[in-house]
Design a binder for this molecule. Structure first.
Ligand code: SF4
Length: 764
């Protein structure tokens, strides 16, 4: 049977931010199931690689939770199905009322896309512009804003660590064998393990599937990564392993940093981190003498105590040792759109960033995002500046933010709440209205994650299926709300519509003219593109109009990089857009050079900034050798509230049967702790924190560090099967996490260190 007869299509995986290219076979009832999944050999970066998770993506696309009608909450708390016209009219009226009575800045926004769909977030800029929304947050702002703050100020652009080329590689807070989050993770681990000239260093309290490939496993004590990183830098500085001529040429602020680390007590810090000082010093020597060194951090430290400080130290280590802008280190990438916007610092005369904050709680706003850990607190008060409405799209904050019950309660106090999603999520069940969206495989989609160097890619994916009846793609939902609010005059953008009929070149000229003459074009930008260019692009293709806009901006802003990839001349933006639309797999959008990794640094003299005063001062607290989070007699375990396992990924709603095996949902502890606390392998136990408790299966795991415990991420979403019965789906970890335990700079929560108690369920 030919590929066409078999209905073989190319798409991308939506389960982690690598978004590997997939070749899928469609079949089943009405051809609406993904029956086979293979890696797409033609994808420029994943090159045919996929991990085990992608093979079961049909559980995400097809499941009994799909919502097929707008839902309105009745006075008694139940939901009733309403038609789209009624829902849009009422939603527009309610949002308009909040805006008129309290101002658009009292309408908060959360979400805007998952691992597989970011066009909703791009399109939502138009809705936010129409509503006058000022404050938005999403999953990134509970994981990556500390990192964003650090790299924005030190480097000024998104970087790519060249793990595949580096002589020495370090992972910290990352288990890529399970979590991936890098291109071709498992082949990479095999390659580096088999290469005697390369060294893999892994920092992890646990003996993970990745540490099995490591030359050096630094089994740091939970929550003490900052001491380890300070000790590594301290030893390099004190051993005079620094490239002083390179630093003088490419960096500033290094003198203060070197002075500081000359005084760090390396042995004491290493021991406090739970490590042999000799091993730490040997590792520091390997890094300091490496021809090339690349480090990749992930949420294991970004959601742990001292997270922003640790991100700073993680970047000081390579930059102080000259590992930037050369093969095997890190290069600055160009992206079609920045999924993490570079933070726009407002530095005072001492070089400290005067962060903008939320009006009630004073929560820091980094990269334009508020931290979700503050959201419930921002709402639950009688301050006149508190939020009055919340719009949530492609996000499930009641499930994914710490202190789930607080946000649940907070949502019920708002004047209005709206959720746009594919299912009745935990958040949707608290909302006034729920609008059903088409799934990521039922509409044109893409993600803005790719950050490869020197060549970067973008994958605009065509739909595999038509939208499930009753659902709409988000750009259409946004457009209908904007129009129902009366924010667009009849015929207001007819000139642009007429230009679009003439072709992309005519449209480009008319569009840029309109940007200059009608401020609403910019304010409602995605809407304008969707309603004027969109209808000319083909059946169901209007959501790609926003990509046309991004292609224009990219080829103008990064003309040299785009030209190296073939996108040159006056039609570069249009040519790139056509190529993205026409290609079933990812397309190279630009190629950067190491020289540009320096010339694009926005600091004076294009120099890296190594001295961030707030964070170097914060490093002083390490001298006290006091952990920021600690266990106690009452709560003797440090719980990882969300670990990546073989069948955990993101929090997109799916049939829980996608995961195989008991280990998927169990609470794990070391066998020694099992003996010590009389907690047998396989027992049903009570897991308690200062926020709540739950019953869960226990599994012994000798990979765990004694004193630690772990539950998987993204579980505990309530799910009803085809027969109307609930399916078990593990622990709802955020009913156990405390939103007050968060980083003092970025507000990111400490999910990786939750003090916990475990007792036998029968005796509890
Ligand atoms: S989960 Fe990540 S690494 Fe695995 S196939 Fe999907 S995108 Fe690729």
């Amino acid at each position: 049977m030919s590929a066409e007869q078999k209905n073989i299509r190319q798409t991308a995986c939506n389960l982690c931010f690598v978004n590997c290219g997939l070749t899928v076979e469609l079949g089943g009832e009405d051809g609406r199931e993904i029956v086979k999944v293979r890696g797409d050999e033609s994808h420029p970066t994943s090159q045919g690689y996929i991990c085990n998770k992608a093979t079961r993506i049909n559980y995400y696309q097809n499941n009994a939770a799909r919502l097929t009608s707008p839902m309105r909450r009745a006075a008694d708390g139940t939901y009733e199905a309403v038609d789209w016209d009624t829902a849009i009219t009422e939603v527009a009226e309610r949002l308009g009322r909040v805006k008129a009575e309290h101002g658009g800045d009292k309408i908060f926004y959360y979400g805007g896309g998952g691992q597989g769909n970011h066009l909703v977030g791009a399109s939502a800029m138009g809705l936010r512009g129409a509503l006058g929304v000022k404050y938005k947050g999403n999953a990134i702002s509970q994981e990556k804003t500390g990192l964003a703050w650090v790299i924005s100020r030190m480097i000024g652009g998104m970087t790519h660590p060249e793990l595949h080329h580096a002589q020495v590689v370090m992972f910290i807070g990352k288990n890529p064998f399970m979590s991936n989050g890098m291109d071709r993770a498992r082949p990479f681990l095999r390659e580096i393990k088999n290469d005697p000239d390369r060294t893999l260093i892994v920092v992890d309290p646990r003996r993970t599937e990745t540490t099995d490939f490591a030359d050096i496993h630094l089994a740091v004590k939970a929550g003490r990564d900052a001491w380890l990183m300070a000790a590594l830098i301290g030893h390099i500085v004190q051993s005079d392993l620094l490239p002083m001529a390179w630093l003088e040429q490419h960096a500033m602020g290094y003198e203060a940093v070197i002075d500081y680390f000359r005084t760090v007590p390396v042995d004491e810090y290493a021991a406090f981190a739970g490590l042999d000082p000799a091993q730490v010093k040997e590792t520091a020597g390997i890094i300091g003498r490496a021809q090339s060194f690349a480090i990749e951090e992930d949420i294991g430290i970004q959601m742990a105590p001292h997270s922003t400080l640790t991100s700073y130290l993680n970047h000081l280590l390579p930059l102080l040792t000259g590992n930037y802008g050369k093969d095997g280190t890190m290069g600055m990438v160009t992206q079609l759109a920045e999924v993490i916007a570079m933070h726009d610092s407002r530095l005072d005369s001492d070089g400290r960033d005067q962060l903008q904050t939320l009006p009630v709680t004073g929560a820091p706003i980094i990269s334009g995002l508020y931290p979700g850990a503050f959201l419930a607190e921002e709402i639950l008060n009688d301050h006149p500046e508190r939020p009055r409405a919340l719009v949530v799209e492609s996000g499930n904050p009641v499930h994914s933010l710490p202190g789930a019950n607080n946000l649940r309660k907070a949502m019920r106090t708002l004047d209005f709440s709206l959720v746009v999603d594919v299912a009745m999520t935990e958040t949707a069940r608290e909302a006034d209205y729920v609008l059903p969206a088409a799934s990521t495989y039922e509409k044109w989609e893409s993600t803005f994650f790719p950050r490869n160097f020197p060549a970067n890619i973008f994958h605009l994916r065509e739909p595999l299926f038509t939208p499930t009846p009753g659902t709409l793609p988000e750009p259409e939902i946004h457009a209908r709300i904007i129009e129902a609010m009366g924010l667009v005059e009849p015929g207001e953008f007819d000139d642009l519509r007429a230009a679009a009929e003439q072709g992309l070149e005519a449209y480009r000229d008319a569009f840029f003219a309109a940007m200059g003459s009608n401020p609403k074009t910019g304010q409602l930008l995605p809407y304008v593109l969707y309603r004027t260019l969109g209808p000319t692009l083909g059946e169901g293709e209007a959501p790609t109009a926003i990509i046309w806009g991004l292609c224009q901006v990219y080829t103008m802003k990064y003309s040299a990089e785009a030209a190296r990839a073939g996108w040159t001349g006056p039609n570069a933006g249009n040519d790139l857009f056509r190529a993205l639309k026409d290609s079933p797999t990812a397309v190279v959008i630009g190629e950067s050079t190491y020289e540009e990794s320096f010339s694009r640094i926005p600091n004076a003299g294009n120099k890296l900034q190594l001295h961030l005063p707030e964070l170097l001062e914060e490093a002083e607290v390490l001298r006290e050798l006091q952990p920021l989070m600690a266990t106690s007699q009452d709560y003797p375990f440090s719980l990882v509230a969300g670990a990546r396992r073989a069948y955990t990924a993101n929090c997109i709603i799916r049939d829980p049967r996608w995961a195989k095996g008991r280990q998927v949902t169990a609470l794990t502890i070391h066998p020694d702790d099992g003996e010590k606390y009389n907690l047998p392998d396989g027992a049903m136990v009570k897991l308690e924190t200062d926020m709540g408790s739950t019953l869960i299966d226990l599994a012994w795991d000798d990979r765990m560090q004694p004193g630690t415990a772990s539950v998987p991420n993204g579980q505990g979403m309530s799910f009803t099967g085809e027969d109307g019965n609930a399916l078990p789906s593990g622990v709802y970890a955020n009913e156990l996490t405390n939103p007050r335990n968060r980083d003092r700079f970025a507000g990111t929560p400490f999910h990786k260190f939750v003090p916990a108690r475990i007792t036998l369920a029968e005796t509890a």
